[in-house]
Design a protein. Sequence first.
Length: 415
Amino acid sequence: MTPLRPLAPLLLTAGILLAGNGVQGTMIALRGSIAGFDPWLIGLMGTSYFGGFIVACVYAPRLVEAVGHIRTFAALAAIASAGTLALVLVVDAWAWIVLRFAMGFCFSGLFTVMESWLNASAGKTDRARVLSIYRLIDLGAVTGAQYLIPAFGAGGFELFAIVAMFFALSLVPVAVADRTLPAPPEAFRFDLRAVWRISPLASIGCVTIGLTNSSFRLIGPLYAQDMGLDVAQIATFMGAGIVGGAALQMPLGIFSDKLDRRWALLAATTGAILAGIYLTTVPVGAAWQLYLGIFLFGAFALPLYSLSAAHANDLAAPGQYVLLAAGLTFFFAVGAMAGPLVSSWVMERYGASALFVFTSVVHASFVVVALWRIAAGQRIPRAARTRFVALLRTSPAIFRLAERNEKRHTWTPRS
């Protein structure tokens, strides 16, 4: 672990940021409901957040190149902290939509800065360990932070102040612990046609997980509230889905390494459909049944992004790594923009259980696409596959951190 000690400040910053951002999404949904906002407006806040996310994917690397990592991080963290306080000072749906766009820009930029910095600082032989630690920090921070909501409540000022403090304090480790100046992150080239040509299946898979994952993370608290859960139970509900997403990442990845990745995608998506259908049948107030259902939903639905990325990397030629990183992140963000708005409207019109009717329909559509690609494409030989890597959906820079120093194989047929 000695070579990783210099990275401790960055990893501490990651934990603080992930915790604050993880609790903020749940907090926005619950506080918006308390304030009387229509569900579709709360969904539009999620759409706005991912709109800012997409913009930052393009402009954050340019900002780092202009003023450096630390100054960019400081500016974005300060805006995120001030924006969090503005949410409670101006309780207005349309103001929140604008603020959530700014938040999406800030967090996409913050994670781009941090992950590119980690990538530049970690040795090639340490990247896998750094990514594993990063994922554990993500799981622990986001899950644990959910319990700040029952501890302080979503109806007052305290939780907003605590989240703002998280964002401000995330500056401390990077500001005082390291004086190195890593190179700016590599520019993310957008050529969506090229990414689509590499793998239509992976592109559609990222849109699918964008639609369903954003609906779970941003509208899921409203579903849990309508199902009769109290604030502490809502925190457990959201945490169970996140833990579920981590539980099957590696088993599904190992399965996809040994067999055809398209069958792994098909199996995971089918599991997500069944979990979604189960959640539509759970009676109001049945907390443990809801926990089980959302755990299974997260376990099958959340790994779809990493499986899709692994499939695309199997098909990519040398030099297309950054192109794929940018394109798949963009496809995910497009789905994530639409997911909260559509799912909130569906839930408002047809009731709480309609949220998982929506996710099941989306996943069923992807099953059709996967079967079509299996029928149309050729199986990739096992020797030509890259190794599966479980990824976070924080910024395109995470792909660079996940890149392995191993021989790549070229495989011509596309799927």
